[in-house]
Design a binder for this molecule. Sequence first.
Ligand code: CTP
Length: 399
Amino acid sequence: MKKGRKVLLIVGGGIAAYKCLELIRRLRESGISVTAVMTNAAKEFVTPLSVSVLAGSEARSSLFELGEEAKFGHIELSRSADLIVVAPATADIMAKIAGGHADDLASTVLLATDKPVLLAPAMNVRMWEHASTRRNFATLKEDGIRFVGPVDGEMACGEFGPGRMSEPAEILAAILQFFESGPLAGVHAVVTSGTTREPIDPIRYLANRSSGRQGAAIAEALAAQGADVSFVTGPAAAETPNGVRTIQVETALEMRDAVFHALPAEVAVFAAAVADWRVRNPSASKIKKDGGTGPRLEFAENPDILAEVAQLQADRPRLVVGFAAETGDLIDNAVKKRKRKGCDWILANDVSPGTGVMGGCRNEITLISERGTETWPEMSKRDVAERLAMRIAAQFGDH
Ligand code: CTP
């Protein structure tokens, strides 16, 4: 692990707050420096004096301490660490982050930060299982927030079940894993996935059979190698991947905007099955049957997002990877597609109906680069993703 790592530890107000003292001690023993922020409720469970002494610097808790705010405001505080850890993360803190609240120092720092965030939830089992906490948990995961725990166990309130905070040793292990997290640590990757929906009228749309499985697996595999992943996805049957920032879009134009908003990035992988055309003038009201002929739709070509990014003059990602979904002359078409679009690698796959690739779980890929073609054996989409992520990691070396 690189020396001089910094954690900003936010201590929430729950009985598990006492465990943060042990966590601070262990972090410092591991060579990680700690700055602490306490919520007002946290101060009811553990004293600022204990936290400050163990952290080796004064614990902060007020958004409005003039002297402190002038010296080192909440914005700097939110950006000064390599990782923000919230332990214990109460149901209230989770709700505040999910809702974007900023009514105290802890929530303001969490809203203002551009750094990765790790939560160690701790709450009563009923609170953990409450529909609103479930919703907040799903939202936070979708926003790319990481979690350690909670675990099953007996609680201070006498009940038993999930909601107990992980032990300091487990939280430390998650933090160390984050800091040692693989060859793509510090690399920003944008991944597109899913289909796009192009409206015909408010009810109907054009789309395709893409499940989003390959794109989701690639995003998750890159995150597992330590990359910071922006996952831009159209509608998809696949589950949202873990540990990535998800941006949901619907149309090709929205996908293009979201990708450009997410840039700059070092890596861009375009796994989305983008509709090549959109309806030029979608009807504002439902199109009615007109006695036989059916509506006449006019189409406009969608922007080619992959080609636009691959041909950027400034801030082009170092590695741009596209897919070539073909139903004939696979290699020939894919080689031409790589040149035409200007990307570095193309993953060519045969999506003819008999292959079951579109919408299925397996894939057979030929990787085409400047150096030639390389056919991989048929494997699961997850294995394709892992192999690709390893290749990308190898390409970046110690960047
Ligand atoms: N792609 C994109 N934007 C588009 C169309 C495609 O970013 N408007 C990307 C896809 O994500 C994929 C690659 O381009 O990585 C190739 O997609 P594919 O559908 O195979 O190619 P097309 O551009 O549709 O080319 P053709 O019509 O010649 O098959």
